[in-house]
Design a protein around this ligand. Structure first.
Ligand code: TMP
Length: 216
């Protein structure tokens, strides 16, 4: 296996894009061909403190009055903990980390959709991640209406605070991701999330394979 150093792959996209399903599928495939441990984690969350912050941000009654600046700092706080407690040590030990959302969620949701200025968003993101930038970021792209329909028909959980945003908000999120991906083409790969899950999985897998496993 050529890739002895660790690897960080983040998955991004708006609500209902199918990230969690794809992450599970890709983790299974990686486990088959890569002898390194595969770690799946998420943001906000992934650590004990991070999961408490997730609850505060997405489910607690008190979050109804949260301000955009507070929201930004709490997402960053969860990320700072996840990077130092889980991601950095894993990469140092040559593991493969799949992260459900990472710093680009903040750039897009708090920066583009909530309209916090670029400078504080960039600075706070940098402070939270330190040296850790994903080797590859997969954006699963769907129109906001499709995501909304999927959330509505989900039987398991009640919509969280972020899922109660309006369609315009998710339109901005989508544009934000596409703009970011165009500006950093060497790090990003955009896949159409509207198709069949098997096809989406294959497209993502082909990209990961070509980038990290094709020299074997
Ligand atoms: P998810 O884990 O189900 O994707 O939900 C996380 C929600 O939090 C989602 O609406 C995106 C939002 N979010 C931000 O607004 N900023 C961030 O930095 C992160 C990580 C997530």
């Amino acid at each position: 296996m050529s890739h002895e150093k660790g690897l960080l792959i983040s998955f991004e996209g708006s609500e209902g894009c199918g990230k969690s399903t794809q992450i599970r599928r890709i983790a299974d495939r990686l486990e088959e061909i890569d002898h390194r441990d595969v770690i799946v984690t998420r943001e906000p969350g992934g650590t004990i403190i991070g999961e408490d912050i997730r609850h505060l941000l997405m489910h607690a009654d008190s979050s109804k009055s949260i301000l955009p600046e507070t929201e930004l700092l709490l997402f960053a706080a969860s990320r700072a903990q996840l990077v130092r407690e889980i991601i950095f040590p894993a990469i140092e030990n040559g593991k493969v980390v799949l992260c459900d959302r990472f710093l680009d969620s903040t750039t897009v949701y708090q920066g583009v959709a909530r309209q916090i200025a670029d400078d504080p968003v960039t600075m706070i993101n940098q402070f939270a991640v330190g040296e850790i930038i994903p080797d590859l970021t997969i954006v699963i792209d769907i129109p906001p209406e499709v995501g909304f329909e999927r959330i509505k028909h989900r039987v398991s959980d009640m919509p969280d605070r972020m899922e109660q945003e309006n369609i315009e908000f998710y339109g901005k999120v989508r544009k934000g991701y596409l703009h970011l991906a165009r500006s950093l083409p060497e790090r990003f790969f955009v896949v159409d999330g509207n198709g069949d899950p098997e096809e989406i999985e294959l497209e993502i897998w082909n990209e990961i394979h070509a980038r990290f496993y094709s020299q074997e």
